[in-house]
Write a protein that binds this ligand. Structure first.
Ligand code: BGC
Length: 802
């Protein structure tokens, strides 16, 4: 056996040393969909891992990882895009505590979240489940949640590690990204969350990173995560992500989830015999599983019972506060807040049937559900009247002429119109990406018609991700309410009438058009590969560097009061500096704002974004009050990743510190000169936002990798790939039907649910057949099936050629 490896206790190591090889192998896979393997003989109980990031999804009946089957009632908090928009780490820590308490009450050992992948492109289907386009905001938000969850004695899980930024072909797409971009953009958030909050677990992504499956990536899982960042927890796969468990364990993986019912056991055993997997690596992986099981059991034994009903009440109230804190006021000519009196026309089916969470594994069964219709009607009471008309169908977003006409008639003569628009559930989900950023045409038509007839129209836009708003100038105010969770309806009412302030600031840019974005050139465009040719230029880093204005900038958000930012002063020495800036609430209401500190490198050997967020603080002030906002800047505020040296380097010279209320609303600038640092190795600088072939190859340090061909078929081929051949098409039909049945699909599913399920299934790699067949399809059977498919397809191709 080994010396104590990170994440392994002596007790666990002792237990592992008494196990047979077969037992060790079995421990590195789950026992079922949501549990680890127990070891009764040694008194090690199984622990439960369950979704999801913004609410507990504990299934007690049929299981699935795509949100199909029901789960126990739990508080559904706003999804990550709203949480990110709060910029409020204290509040997020409170959310973490609440999530942790609900897990404790349900005896869940590890909550599968937070997810903190970077929003490389706003069309990513899981944008609602991630915090930001910026690694600092993502990392700080994730760290806060992890701290809260784990303080309750429940493990958190950072996911999906790493470079998992699209849903299309997510289970086999190969992310091609240069080392500097990977470090500066895609890994920094994970690094912050690992080093600041020590999560108990990390989940590997489905995709490949530079040609290697994330779950087999030794550099990511061991060199960077453990050796460099000091992670001492357990690494698990994403659900059914295993491509080769032995290779995974060799790389630093500990636990395959869910159980593959022994599908990989023989291969792991053989790998130890063959010496391609060391016995020590297997020992360490299984000792880490035991360590976590013992930790979960010890926490459970020492924690106090949770009064679930009281917790649900308190958590609903917290969810309402958080939804308001993340709701972002994009425009306002003074129409908001509305007087809670008179006749308010409330238009839009989302007022009655709220869009409050996203589809897929994050789907929560809420304990209750606020609607804007009910809460606004109750708030107005006898002092006013709410006249409601749905205007469109909540599920499809489509409208008949009669629905539109009724909506216009309802709004006639109202003192103000509140129009709810946004993304229907089927527009955004885990499992597929959006192919455009528009809201349904009927919603746009309502905006146009109502703003043409009324002079007080407030648009409330719901949805988990940015949309294009060519109509942004027409309404008197736009509130971006995100997916506000189960209390989101109440929070919208609070903001509309001024009981709460809109606390959000965008943690992502809203582009004028998706085609403006450099990342759009290579997004979900090839089935087996995605090249991150925009390198560092994601989000505001793109907009600000290449002077392509966003419609609403990163960091933007209005308040019901106004703020003045004074002159920033920088103190400190060397690389450790402190930025202090006075902020005054110059309006008549109490309110909060987010002071953002960006750093601009005046002269740099390497190409750099125009400016990068290096610190922020949320400040709450009474009317007339002034307070100092203080932000600390350390080494990394100035550093770049030097690819040749494989390290962070601060290049001496001048840096401009910009303090503002958004990336384009800079209120104070000051310059510092750093005398000490190191030399940076020069690399190619792309001449535009998109690296050319030559530039990208130079940045990668190798020839451009060819995308893996779709034929011949292999383990990573998807069910959809089979449709290239006639026999494959038939098989595809049978398999999609079968797999959908296995994952709980039934005749009562709506068209939208079926659409989601089919997208999931079509992107499933063939290896998933063996892993989800409960032992019916062995890897050997799968090998034979693939050989037959290849032989048949080859024959067909030959005869087609004559
Ligand atoms: C998702 C994970 C989730 C897991 C379990 C996967 O499809 O990518 O985020 O935790 O399922 O439901």
């Amino acid at each position: 056996m080994t010396d104590l490896a990170p994440g392994v206790t002596q007790q666990a190591l002792d237990i592992a040393s008494r196990l047979t090889r077969a037992e060790k192998v079995r421990l590195t896979s789950g026992s079922d969909f949501w549990h680890s393997e127990p070891l009764e003989r040694e008194g090690v109980t199984a622990f439960m891992l369950t979704d999801g990031p913004h609410g507990l999804r504990k299934q007690t009946g049929e299981t699935d990882h795509v949100g199909l089957n029901s789960s126990v009632p739990a508080t559904c908090f706003p999804t990550a895009s709203a949480l990110g928009a709060t910029w409020d780490t204290e509040l997020l820590e409170e959310v973490g505590h609440a999530l942790g308490r609900e897990c404790r009450a349900e005896e869940v050992g590890v909550l599968l979240g937070p997810g903190l992948n970077i929003k490389r492109h706003p069309g990513g289907g899981r944008s609602f489940e991630y915090f930001s386009e910026d690694p600092l905001v993502s990392g700080k938000a994730a760290a806060a949640l992890v701290r809260g969850i784990q303080a309750e004695g429940v493990g958190a899980c950072l996911k999906h590690f790493a470079a998992n930024n699209q849903e299309s072909n997510r289970m086999r797409v190969d992310t091609i990204v240069d080392e500097r971009t990977l470090r500066e953009i895609y890994l920094t958030g994970f690094e912050i969350a690992v080093t600041e909050a020590q999560p108990w677990t990390v989940m590997c992504a489905y995709n490949l990173v530079n040609g290697v499956h994330a779950g087999e990536h030794r550099e990511l899982l061991t060199t960077i995560l453990r050796d460099e960042w000091g992670f001492d927890g357990l690494v698990m796969t994403d659900w059914i992500a295993t491509h080769d468990r032995a290779a995974g364990i060799h790389a630093g993986l500990d636990l395959e989830m869910p159980s593959s019912h022994g599908a990989w056991d023989k291969a792991v055993d053989d790998a130890v015999d063959a010496g391609t997997l060391s016995g020590t690596d297997l020992d360490v992986a299984c000792a880490r599983v035991i360590t976590l099981a013992l930790k979960v059991a010890a926490e459970r034994a020492s924690c106090t019972a949770v009064d679930v009903e009281a917790a649900h009440d308190a958590h609903h109230a917290l969810a309402r506060r958080v939804a308001a804190a993340g709701a972002t006021l994009l425009t306002n000519d003074g129409t908001l807040p509305l007087a809670p009196a008179g006749r308010l026309a409330l238009i839009g089916a989302f007022a009655e049937t709220p869009r409050f969470q996203g589809g897929g594994s994050a789907l929560v069964n809420p304990t209750r559900l606020d609607t804007v219709l009910e809460t606004l009607t109750a708030r107005l009471g006898n002092g006013g009247e709410v006249a409601y008309s749905p205007g469109y169908d909540a599920a499809t977003g489509e409208a008949t002429d009669a629905q539109l006409a009724e909506a216009l008639a309802t709004a006639e003569g109202a003192d103000a119109v509140v129009l709810m628009v946004g993304l229907p559930l089927s527009y955004e989900s885990e499992g597929y990406d959006r192919d455009h950023l528009q809201i349904p045409p009927a919603h746009t038509r309502l905006i146009q018609a109502l703003t043409a007839r009324h002079d007080r129209v407030v648009v409330v836009n719901v949805g988990g991700a940015p949309v294009e708003m060519p109509w942004a100038g027409a309404p008197n105010a736009i509130l971006q309410a995100y997916l506000g969770g189960q209390a989101g309806g109440g929070a919208i009412t609070d903001i509309l009438v001024g009981d709460a302030e809109p606390g959000g600031r965008l943690a992502e840019s809203f582009p004028v058009s998706v085609t403006d974005l450099a990342s759009h050139a290579n997004f979900a465009s090839h089935p087996t590969q995605v090249q991150y040719r925009e390198t560092l230029y994601v989000g505001y880093r793109f907009h600000d560097t290449f002077s392509v204005p966003a419609r609403f900038s990163f960091g933007h958000g209005l308040s019901y009061t106004s703020f003045e930012v004074g002159e920033a002063k920088v103190t400190g020495r060397g690389h450790d500096r402190k930025v202090t800036v006075p902020v005054t609430n110059t309006g008549e209401r109490a309110g909060s704002t987010v002071v953002q500190v960006y750093v601009h490198d005046v002269e740099s050997t390497l190409h750099r974004p125009e400016q990068e967020l290096r610190g922020f603080v949320k400040v709450r002030l009474e009317p007339g009050q002034t307070a100092d906002a203080v932000v600390a800047l350390g080494e990394r505020a100035w550093a770049v990743w030097d690819t040749a040296a494989h390290g962070w380097v601060v290049e001496p010279g001048e840096f401009e510190i910009r303090v503002g209320l958004s990336s384009t609303d800079i209120r104070s600038r000051t310059t510092v000169r750093l005398a000490k640092g190191g030399e940076v190795t020069a690399t190619v600088s792309p001449a535009s936002a998109l690296a050319t072939d030559t530039e990208f190859a130079a940045l990668l340090g190798r020839a451009l990798p060819e995308p893996r061909p779709l034929f011949p078929f292999h383990y990573d081929s998807t069910i959809a790939d089979l449709s290239q051949t006639a026999g494959g098409r038939l098989l595809e039909k049978i398999l999609v039907g079968q797999v959908m049945k296995a994952f709980g699909g039934n005749d009562e599913d709506t068209a939208e649910t079926r659409q989601m399920m089919e997208a999931f299934m079509r992107h499933m790699p063939l290896r998933a057949l063996a892993m989800s067949s409960e032992g019916k399809v062995s890897l050997a059977n799968l090998d034979r099936l693939i050989a037959v498919l290849n032989a048949t397809a080859l024959k067909a191709r030959r005869s087609a050629r004559g």
